[in-house]
Design a protein around this ligand. Structure first.
Ligand SMILES: *[C@@H]1O[C@H](CO)[C@@H](O)[C@H](O)[C@H]1NC(C)=O
Ligand SMILES: *[C@@H]1O[C@H](CO)[C@@H](O)[C@H](O)[C@H]1NC(C)=O
Ligand SMILES: *[C@@H]1O[C@H](CO)[C@@H](O)[C@H](O)[C@H]1NC(C)=O
Length: 421
C-alpha cells in the first residue's frame, strides 16, 4: 500500500514540478522579449510567485494526503522540499527531489564536526558570547537560490581553518527556514541569523544588467555595521558563490591601516566602464574621484572595520549614491550613473581608499561574464579563495553535466545530495 501511495505521489509531484517549470519558462521568455522594463518584470515576477506558491501548496497537500508519515516530519523537511519546486530552473533534479520526499534525506548532508587545533586561543571568559574577543567573524547571506553555494562556502571555511570553533558566522536572511538548514548541516556551528528586511533597500534598487544582482539581499552587506552587535568590531564579508581554501584567520589578521575596507584591488582594470557617460560627463559627479586613484575591487570578499564604518557613517553615504542612481534612472531623470547592482555604490565611496589585500584572497570571475557565464581561467599567482562571480555557478554547471574545469574544485565542498540514512 505504501508503495502505491509513494508511486502516485512521485508521479504527481513530477507533473507539478514540470508544470511550474513550463510556467516559469513562459514568464521568463516573455520578460526577455519585453526587454528590461520595470513594469513587465514586476508582473512576470508576481505571476511566477503565484505559480510557485500554488505549485507548492498543491504539492504539500498531495504529500499530506498520500503520505501519513510526512505529516509528522519537522517543518525543515517541508521547507527543503519546497526548495526544488520553487526554483525549477536552478539546476536541481526534480525527479530525485520528488522521489526523495518519500524516502527522505535528499537535502543537505551533515558535515562532520570540526574542532580547534591544540594551539588555538581558548575562548575567553565570555565563552559562548558573540562578544568573545578571540572570535573570527564571518558574514554571509542565505537565500533559497544560493543556499547550496552558501553552505559550501561555510563548509570550506571550516575545513581549512586551524581554529574552526573560533569562527563565528553571521547569517543575513530574508526568508524563514534557512537557520534550521544551517543548524542541521553543521553540528556545533557558532552562528547567529539576522533578518534583513528587503523593504529596507527595495525602493532604492534600480534594475541592472542581471536580475540576480537586483536581489535586496545583495545589498545587506551595506548594513553590516548596523545589523551586527556593537561589540563586533571587524567582520569578513563573503559572497555565496565562493570557497575558501586557506585558513580564514590569515585574512582576518590583515592590517587595514586607517581604512575601513580591505579587499584585493585591480588597478589594471578599466575603471571607466563601471560608470556611465552621464556620470563621467557631469563635472560635479566625476569630481567624486578627485584626489584619489580609484581602482576596481570586488565586493564579494571584504574585511570591514565596523568601528570606522560606523564612525564615518558609510552606510548612509552608500545609500545616497543609490538615491542618485534611482532618481537618474526614473522616467524623465537625467540618466543612470551605472549599470551594475550593489558594486558601483561601493566603488563610489571606497575606490582608491581601500586597504589592498593580496589577490590570492579573491580569485574572482570564475562564473564568466554577466551575460554568457563562460569558463574562465585563474589569474596567475597563489590561490586562497576561488570565487565564481559572474553568471555561471558551479552547482548549476555540474548538475547540467557541463562543468568548467575549475568547477570540480568546488564539488568536494558541496553538501547537497542524498543523506546517508
Ligand atoms: C564579554 O561580553 C560582554 C557583552 O556580552 C562585553 O561587553 C564584554 O566586553 C566582553 N568581555 C570580553 C573580555 O570580551
Ligand atoms: C575604458 O573604457 C571606456 C568606456 O568603456 C573606453 O571608452 C576607454 O577607451 C577604455 N580605456 C582603455 C584604456 O581601454
Ligand atoms: C555571448 O555569446 C554570444 C554568442 O556566443 C556572443 O555573440 C556575445 O558577444 C557574448 N557576449 C559577451 C558579453 O561575451
Amino acid at each position: 500500500m505504501a508503495g502505491i501511495k509513494g508511486a502516485v505521489a512521485f508521479l504527481l509531484l513530477s507533473a507539478l514540478a514540470h508544470l511550474v517549470d513550463i510556467f516559469d519558462f513562459k514568464t521568463r521568455s516573455r520578460r526577455r522579449r519585453k526587454g528590461w522594463g520595470g513594469g513587465s518584470r514586476r508582473s512576470g515576477g508576481i505571476l511566477r510567485w503565484v505559480v510557485r506558491l500554488s505549485g507548492l501548496c498543491s504539492a504539500a497537500m498531495v504529500m499530506v494526503l498520500l503520505s501519513p508519515s510526512f505529516q509528522s516530519s519537522p517543518p525543515a523537511e517541508a521547507i527543503r522540499s519546497s526548495h526544488y519546486l520553487r526554483f525549477p530552473g536552478g539546476g536541481y533534479n526534480h525527479q530525485l527531489a520528488a522521489a526523495s520526499s518519500e524516502t527522505k534525506g535528499f537535502a543537505f548532508r551533515q558535515a562532520p564536526r570540526f574542532y580547534n587545533a591544540a594551539d588555538c586561543e581558548p575562548p575567553s571568559a565570555n565563552g559562548s558570547s558573540v562578544c568573545d574577543s578571540s572570535l573570527v567573524h564571518v558574514a554571509i547571506t542565505l537565500d533559497e537560490e544560493y543556499l547550496r553555494g552558501s553552505i559550501a562556502a561555510v563548509h570550506s571555511v571550516l575545513m581549512h581553518a586551524q581554529c574552526p570553533e573560533s569562527v563565528f558566522f553571521h547569517f543575513l536572511v530574508s526568508e524563514l527556514g534557512m537557520e534550521s538548514v544551517v543548524r542541521s548541516a553543521f553540528p556545533g556551528l557558532r552562528f547567529k541569523a539576522y533578518y534583513f528586511d528587503p523593504d529596507r533597500v527595495r525602493w532604492m534598487i534600480s534594475t541592472s544588467v542581471r536580475q540576480a544582482l537586483d536581489q535586496p539581499l545583495n545589498y545587506a552587506r551595506n548594513y553590516l555595521a548596523e545589523i551586527l552587535e556593537l561589540c563586533v568590531s571587524r567582520v569578513i564579508y563573503l559572497d555565496s558563490d565562493l570557497v575558501v581554501m586557506d585558513d580564514i584567520a590569515k585574512l582576518w589578521r590583515k592590517g587595514l591601516g586607517s581604512k575601513a575596507v580591505g579587499a584585493p584591488e585591480y588597478c589594471h582594470a578599466n575603471f571607466t566602464k563601471y560608470f556611465t557617460d552621464r556620470f563621467w560627463s557631469n563635472r560635479r559627479l566625476a569630481a567624486t574621484f578627485a584626489g584619489r586613484r580609484p581602482c576596481y575591487f570586488n565586493t564579494g570578499v571584504m574585511v570591514l572595520d565596523l568601528v570606522r564604518w560606523r564612525r564615518a557613517g558609510y552606510t548612509r553615504r552608500i545609500e545616497r549614491w543609490m538615491e542618485v542612481q534611482k532618481r537618474g534612472a526614473a522616467p524623465g531623470g537625467a540618466g543612470r550613473i551605472y549599470e551594475l547592482g550593489s558594486l558601483p555604490p561601493f566603488l563610489l565611496v571606497f575606490a582608491g581608499q581601500v586597504a589592498p589585500i593580496e589577490h590570492r584572497w579573491n580569485q574572482h570571475g570564475l562564473g564568466g561574464d554577466n551575460v554568457n557565464g563562460s569558463c574562465r581561467d585563474l589569474h596567475p599567482g597563489p590561490v586562497s579563495l576561488l570565487h565564481w562571480s559572474g553568471k555561471g555557478k558551479p552547482w548549476v554547471r555540474l548538475d547540467s553535466n557541463q562543468p568548467c574545469p575549475l568547477d570540480h574544485i568546488w564539488a568536494p565542498y558541496d553538501l547537497y545530495g542524498f543523506a546517508a540514512k
